[in-house]
Design a protein around this ligand. Structure first.
Ligand code: F6P
Length: 376
């Protein structure tokens, strides 16, 4: 009987859906029927802390190693119900220009005897997977990020659970906003994509939604707020993506220092908008930032199912030796896309998916909207 060892890792920002994907990759690879079908006995090795694990591992101590764990069905039995990632994650970049460890990673992959590596991640993790694939490593990707900014797929693990966090938070805020007749500005994550703010705002019924793809005018925000008040609104909910910025302005950062993939730490646009509303309308306005709450919590039903489907499909690609691909969802079907394609950023199309006149979700879905000159 042939034997084949598959590595699996989770990299970048964690989120709900990772553990379900790991569980179902393990269950699929260790399925006795698969072994009989392809005459190969698979073994799944979990790599801890993303790419950091493959830099720091001592391949000679694989068993109960600090950075590797042999996974079996009994271990992963309950993982589909749990948030985060049991394997741990990191933002370590083996191709960091200041400290390139990519050769060490490839050597360790070989020394661990990994026939293939399933990489669960977003643009950063899969960008590393793509480069390793180009250098000859057998890689398969699973799309994961609450930002939903990967191309070639309608879904990335974690997005729906994050939407539920946003929606529940807005529902809770409505009572205090109403009690005090206040405006609440809620800053969401999403980095340079507006999907979380847009779809979180649509699901929670936010009055205004500001996204990175459409720079906003503070005067127009204030006009919309005052118009709402004149029509009887007692309070308002406004969602602002962390990467949104005013016309002619720049993104607001919490920290200039870039991480190992060059990302700067966004944060503060929510209070910027709240201050602008207080100043421009005189209305009581408060802001809050949901931050990492959007990455937390146990997976919703959709993330459990998508983690299952993506985990199974990733092993299907390994069995077929169809490497260099990311499993994806298109037109509701599970399919694949070359990892290189997936790395192109997927952003909100403000002409078809956003109302640039009222800074909110689209108000025409099955009819062509007349042209409106917007700020964007
Ligand atoms: O990419 C996912 C994400 O949550 C972004 O929305 C956010 O800007 C970033 O990660 C936060 O990174 P960290 O977890 O390193 O603070």
């Amino acid at each position: 009987m042939n034997k084949s060892r598959i590595g699996i890792l989770t990299g970048g920002g964690d989120c709900a859906g990772l553990n379900p994907a790991i569980k179902w990759a393990v269950k699929t690879a260790l399925d006795r029927r698969l072994t009989q079908e392809c005459g190969t006995e698979f073994e799944v090795i979990g790599i801890r802390n993303g790419w950091q694990g493959l830099i720091t591992v001592d391949p000679s101590k694989m068993e109960n190693g600090k950075y590797t764990v042999t996974l079996n069905e009994a271990m992963v039995r309950t993982w589909d119900r749990l948030g985060g990632t049991y394997l741990g994650s990191s933002r370590t970049n083996p191709y960091n220009p200041e400290n390139d460890c990519s050769r060490l990673v490839m050597d360790n992959i070989a020394k661990l005897g990994l026939e293939a590596l399933i990489c669960i991640g977003g643009e950063d993790t899969l960008g590393v997977a793509y480069k390793l694939g180009q250098a000859g490593v057998n890689v398969v990707g699973i799309p994961k990020t609450i930002d939903k900014d990967l191309s070639g797929t309608e879904y990335t693990l974690g997005f729906e659970t994050a939407l539920n966090v946003i929606t529940n938070a807005v529902d809770s805020l409505r009572t205090t906003a109403g009690s005090h007749e206040r405006i609440f500005v809620i800053e969401t994550m999403g980095r340079h994509a507006g999907w979380l703010a847009l779809e979180g705002g649509e699901s929670s019924g936010a009055f205004i939604i500001l996204i990175p793809e459409c720079d906003f005018s503070m005067n127009k925000v204030n006009d919309l707020v005052l118009e709402g008040r004149s029509l009887g609104a007692r309070y308002d909910i406004i969602l602002v993506a962390e990467g949104a910025k005013p016309v002619g302005g720049t993104e607001i950062l919490k920290d200039e220092a870039p991480d190992s993939f060059g990302h700067k730490y966004l944060g503060g646009i929510g209070e910027y908008v709240a201050r602008g509303i207080r100043k421009g309308t005189g209305l009581e306005t408060r802001s809050l930032t949901l931050g990492h709450l959007q990455r937390g919590g146990d997976p919703c039903a959709y993330d459990r199912r998508m983690g299952r489907y993506f985990g199974i499909a990733a092993v299907d690609l390994v069995v077929a030796r169809d490497y260099g691909k990311m499993v994806s969802m298109k037109n509701g079907e599970i399919t694949t896309v070359p990892i290189k394609e997936a790395l192109k950023p997927s952003l909100v199309n403000i002409k078809t998916q956003y109302d640039t006149e009222r800074y909110s979700g689209r108000r025409a879905i099955l009819r062509v909207r007349r042209k409106i000159r917007g700020q964007c």
